[in-house]
Design a binder for this molecule. Structure first.
Ligand code: E4P
Length: 216
């Protein structure tokens, strides 16, 4: 399973990239706005911090402007994945950009049928939003499972990029459901390593090593 980090905070990305655990980055217009930085500038910097795909989202809603924004984003760096919303114009733009060799992430996916359409439009990634479904009392994980089944039935190569992940449990369940990628906020990603028994066990080993004069 690949891990993308879901942020436009370059300090966080640098920090996590150093662990070797990160396979790419996702951003969205809200995360870019939160960074307070120029769009192209921050995307270019992020693309230099990872060799993996960096999703950068268009803000247009009509086909022509989406394609031209997509081309602009793609020109920033070769590892940009152009992110398009799951609308009819978005799917049409996905087909055009994918046919031209651009990796496309189709975002804001909330149903299995939407995911089926994105695969047919040639998306490199489909991004189902788990947390936002959970927020309205719909099981986000069931969506990941359904998409996995449909993509496997037809051998679609579109990768399932589980998004809107809010907890460590979301990461585990996405992995169990067969998501190809999880895009995870930095705090959730860092939290995955923690276990109280690891801390307790390590403290005991270190204490015993000191007592017994164990040196490496
Ligand atoms: C990532 O690509 C999505 O934009 C992001 O995961 C959305 O997360 P949220 O629902 O927590 O805003």
């Amino acid at each position: 399973m690949k891990f993308f980090v879901d942020t436009a905070d370059t300090a966080e990305i640098k920090d996590l990239a150093a662990t070797g655990l990160i396979d790419g980055v996702t951003t969205n217009p809200s995360l870019i706005a939160k960074s307070g930085r120029n769009f192209a500038e921050v995307i270019e910097e992020i693309c230099g911090l990872t060799e993996g795909h960096v999703s950068a989202e268009v803000v247009a809603t009509d086909y022509e402007t989406m394609v031209s924004e997509g081309k602009k984003l793609q020109a920033i760096a070769s590892n940009v994945a152009v992110k398009l919303p799951l609308t009819m114009d978005g799917l049409r733009a996905c087909r055009t950009l994918s046919d031209a060799g651009t990796a496309v992430t189709v975002t804001l996916c909330f149903s299995a049928n939407q995911a089926l359409l994105a695969a047919k439009a040639g998306a490199a990634y489909i991004s189902p939003f788990i947390g936002r479904l959970d927020d309205i009392n719909i099981d986000g994980m069931e969506l990941i499972e359904d998409i996995r089944t449909i993509y496997d039935n037809y051998m679609f190569e579109t990768e399932i990029l589980a998004a809107s992940i809010r907890s460590a449990n979301h990461v585990k369940l996405s992995a169990l459901a067969g998501a190809d990628v999880a895009t995870v906020p930095p705090n959730v990603l860092k939290g995955l390593v923690s276990h109280p028994l690891t801390d307790k066990g390590l403290a005991a080993f270190l204490a015993d090593a000191e007592k017994g004069g164990v040196k490496v």
